[in-house]
Design a protein around this ligand. Structure first.
Ligand SMILES: *Cc1c(COP(=O)(O)O)cnc(C)c1O
Length: 409
């Protein structure tokens, strides 16, 4: 055991969140550092999903809707404090990409303008969806540099820009933006601000109302551990809810859903952004994941996240000979809960790591991401990942793998 491992064991022994790991199913041999792509399974989710299927669906059948109907609102209320929002401003529904579409169309229409600013490093759905919306409005999508700043917004904004939309934490770099300053710059330009919180919710403190944010979307299957394909969430600030018209007017968004009315009249609350029937089994997965996060609290999660990522950055610093570039910013204020390194052989290195039992992920063309989920990631795992990385590089084990990319990375 090296000094790194010794220190990791001491940090784990002193970790106030150490026991939370026991609330997750961990029966694999992996060092799992991909919770930023798909979080682990909370034990409580198994019983909850069983109960929804065997007790509720099997016995209640359609009568179950008497308590399922508002499940998206109920879970939204539970999530709201974790993202600095009021309960009435958040709902779980659809996917992040779909929610982004609904809110971006609504926001751009409300602005009466045609152009949208995002950044060239933003997630594909974000760039694709926002690009299509701007062009349908007869405008254009303006691309700021990756990991943009308030100054970028100021220099790119014109009187045509009605919406600015960035990821609060970049999925590639793990960089965290100064959300209050960026939101202010968007407002100064007369635009609304839409945040994508996919890599923020459950990972870093989010203060939507304190930032002055107008709109936000995010995932529940990453740091919130809701399960594969768990429903996403959306946020609309209170003052805007009744001002906005979303483009997908479904029956769930009607002010009187079961009136089966001839004409669409949007609900006077956050329901107007819901489209159709929620996936109940997946919804309860999101509920259990959010429950664990809410019980632990974002302050404790953030403290451990910074300690874990500091530890891993320090470990990387002991192996300069391997030629990695650390992409994630070093400053605490500028970092999410993942560490990204760049290497020309990134893809083959990520395969060699997987073979050696360390699961990071790979993002084309040359980035390896290590996600740290404080609820279940240990310092020991961070040390082991660093050791394995060092070994894979020193032995050039990665050269045994084909450089042709296949399947999910
Ligand atoms: C993961 C992720 C998404 C995922 O969108 P889905 O519609 O759930 O597939 C969207 N935006 C960002 C920034 C992401 O990281």
């Amino acid at each position: 055991m090296g000094p790194l491992t010794d220190r990791a064991l001491a940090l784990d022994a002193a970790d106030p969140l150490a026991k939370v790991r026991e609330r997750f199913v961990i029966n694999d041999e992996f060092v799992y550092l991909d919770g930023n792509s798909l979080g682990r399974l909370p034990k409580a989710t198994i019983e909850r999903m069983r109960s929804v299927v065997e007790d509720e669906w099997a016995h209640e059948l359609v009568l179950g809707w008497s308590h399922w109907l508002d499940i998206g609102l109920d879970i939204g209320a539970k999530l709201a404090p974790l993202i600095g929002a009021a309960a009435s401003e958040v709902v779980l529904c659809d996917q992040t990409s779909v929610n982004l579409y609904k809110l971006a169309v609504a926001g751009l229409r409300h602005s009466g303008r045609t152009d949208i600013i995002t950044d060239e490093g933003n997630f594909p759905s974000d760039r694709f969806v926002l690009g299509a919306i701007a062009s349908a409005a007869g405008g254009r999508l303006i691309l700021a540099p990756e990991d943009p700043t308030a100054a970028d917004v100021r220099s790119l904004a014109t009187t045509n820009v009605g919406l600015v939309s960035f990821s609060h934490v970049g999925y590639r770099s793990g960089a965290m933006l100064n959300a209050a300053a960026v939101t202010q710059a968007a407002h100064d330009a007369g635009a609304l601000m839409l945040w994508d919180l996919a890599h923020s919710a459950g990972a870093v403190p989010v203060e939507l109302n304190a930032w002055g944010a107008d709109l936000a979307v995010g995932c529940t299957y990453k740091y919130l551990n809701g399960g594969p394909g768990a429903p996403a969430f959306l946020f609309v600030s209170e003052a805007l809810i009744t001002e906005l018209e979303q483009p997908m007017s479904g029956w769930y968004g009607h002010e009187d859903q079961f009136a089966m009315a001839a004409k669409f009249i949007p609900a006077g609350d956050i329901r107007r952004f819901v489209v159709g029937t929620p996936p109940i089994v997946s919804m309860v997965g999101a509920d259990e994941g959010i429950r664990v996060t809410a019980e632990v609290g974002m302050a404790a999660i953030r403290t451990k996240s910074l300690a874990l990522t500091d530890f891993f950055i320090e470990a990387l610093g002991t192996m300069p000979q391997h030629g990695f570039t650390l992409i994630t910013p070093g400053g605490h204020e500028e970092r999410g809960s993942q560490i990204t390194i760049q290497h020309p052989e990134g893809y083959r290195i990520s395969l060699a790591l997987r073979k050696a039992g360390v699961i990071p992920d790979f993002r084309a063309p040359d980035l390896i991401r290590f996600g740290f989920t404080p609820l279940y990631t240990t310092f020991g795992e961070a040390a082991q990942a660093a050791d394995v990385l060092d070994r894979v590089m020193s032995s050039r084990e990665y050269e045994d793998f084909e450089a042709i990319r296949m399947g999910v990375t």
